[in-house]
Ligand binder design. Structure first.
Ligand code: SF4
Length: 394
């Protein structure tokens, strides 16, 4: 019965265009959670058929996933080897640790050696190299660096130890920033004076604009991030189709989700009708999460920001707004802006994150650069493209 459903599901595709809201793929979104292994194989075959259809009109097709969780899931499910090789799945700048710059790490490192300052961070940040080492190395020499699971844990620590200063490293995308905003609002309401945040947040849509416009990358469509889009919705991506004629599909993280997302993108490319589709409807709405968006707007404002390996991107970062500046660790501790230290490195993370090369194209991949001894952030992070290739695609 399940197979019959699935056959109907695939064969009964209703690719009707809804004016203003893209293709109607509700049929696929409703069913993905019920798909079994046999059906998954059939979906895979359908995707490969669609690749062949698209490639009858062109040489190949490049889709970029813009989320570290997708990068790992694609590797884990073995899609690169199971899918038609004319479909290239590229990894974009969707790993927050990977895009954090060396100067941002250096700024955080200045903090760790200040007396009575405890630096709080997510675990992935510990081994990311700056010009003067990493947070893990600083901790090994006695600095007080603690791994936390949420900024609120940090706030509670600050309340429990009022004689110490606690600084949370604000790394992440639109997904993480609202939780940090809520924590700052709470810190203000509870008059906590010894908690602050070093903001290093990045925003996804401006980075996509850079990739879409870059002559270095040949992206034909974007597998858009499920988590970020739960917050911002689908509207901030509309420019991809309007300005660059590139389709996007907000996609979930199960095997069937990803295949469905790819199928939707291929169909849009085939029809020559790019749009922003939402495959991950169980979590994402067109308008996103208004409560989280309000939190962001209340606490932060957009500023230009530097991305590791990519450069400065207009209005792609967040800093604290007026009324919340006292929670900005940069101001509180008078941290200078660090200057990039020119270092000769063969690391090609920047090109990997732009989709210009694949990790194995880097000469250091799996030789000098491994998860045990990472050279660049894409190998450090558990969501980095190089780490994903190392784990699943060698
Ligand atoms: Fe950088 Fe290592 Fe990836 Fe090469 S393999 S791009 S050195 S992280």
């Amino acid at each position: 019965m399940k197979n019959a459903n699935f056959a109907g599901l695939i064969d009964g595709v209703r690719f009707s265009f809804d004016p203003g809201c893209g293709l109607n793929y509700n049929w696929l979104m409703r069913r993905v959670s019920r798909i079994g292994a046999h059906d998954l194989k059939r979906l895979l075959a359908r995707v490969n058929d669609k690749v062949a259809e698209v490639c009858a009109q062109r040489e190949g097709v490049n889709l970029m996933e813009v989320c570290g969780t997708h990068t790992m899931a694609i590797g884990r499910f073995g899609f690169r080897s199971a899918l038609d090789p004319r479909l290239r799945l590229l990894s974009g700048p969707g790993c927050p640790v990977c895009v954090t710059t060396q100067t941002e790490i250096d700024r955080a490192l200045r903090l760790v050696f200040l007396k009575e300052v405890t630096v709080l961070t997510f675990g992935d940040m510990m081994r990311v190299p700056g010009a003067r080492g990493s947070l893990a190395e600083a901790k090994a020499t006695g600095a007080d660096v603690r791994v936390v699971y949420s900024p609120r844990d940090g706030l509670e620590m600050a309340i429990a130890e009022p004689q110490m200063e606690f600084v949370f490293l604000g790394v992440g995308f639109e997904t993480t920033a609202p939780t940090v905003a809520a924590t700052i609002i709470e810190a203000k309401a509870r008059r906590v004076e010894n908690f602050s945040v070093l903001p290093m947040f990045k925003l996804i849509p401006p980075a996509l604009a850079v990739i879409a416009a870059s002559p270095r990358t040949q992206v034909d469509g974007f597998i858009l991030p499920g988590h970020v889009s739960t917050i911002i919705g689908s509207r901030p991506y509309r420019f991809l189709a309007r300005r660059y004629r590139l389709p996007g599909c907000i996609t979930g993280f199960e095997a069937a989700d990803i295949l469905a997302g790819i199928y939707i993108l291929l169909e849009q490319i085939f029809l020559g009708k790019p749009d922003v589709a939402i495959q991950y409807r169980r979590s994402v709405r067109e308008e996103g999460n208004p409560v989280a968006q309000r939190l962001l707007k209340t606490v932060f404002k957009k500023v230009d920001a530097a991305w590791r390996g990519i450069g400065r991107i207009k209005r792609s970062g967040l800093v604290l707004r007026r009324g919340y500046e006292r929670f900005d660790a940069g101001r509180r501790f008078d941290l200078p802006e660090e200057q990039p230290v020119a270092r000769k490195s063969a690391c090609r993370c920047g090109e990997v994150m732009l989709g210009a090369i694949l990790p194995p194209d880097c000469p250091l991949f799996a030789r000098r650069c491994t998860p045990a001894q990472p050279v660049g952030p894409c190998m450090v992070s558990s969501e980095g493209a190089c780490a994903a290739y190392y784990k699943y695609e060698r």
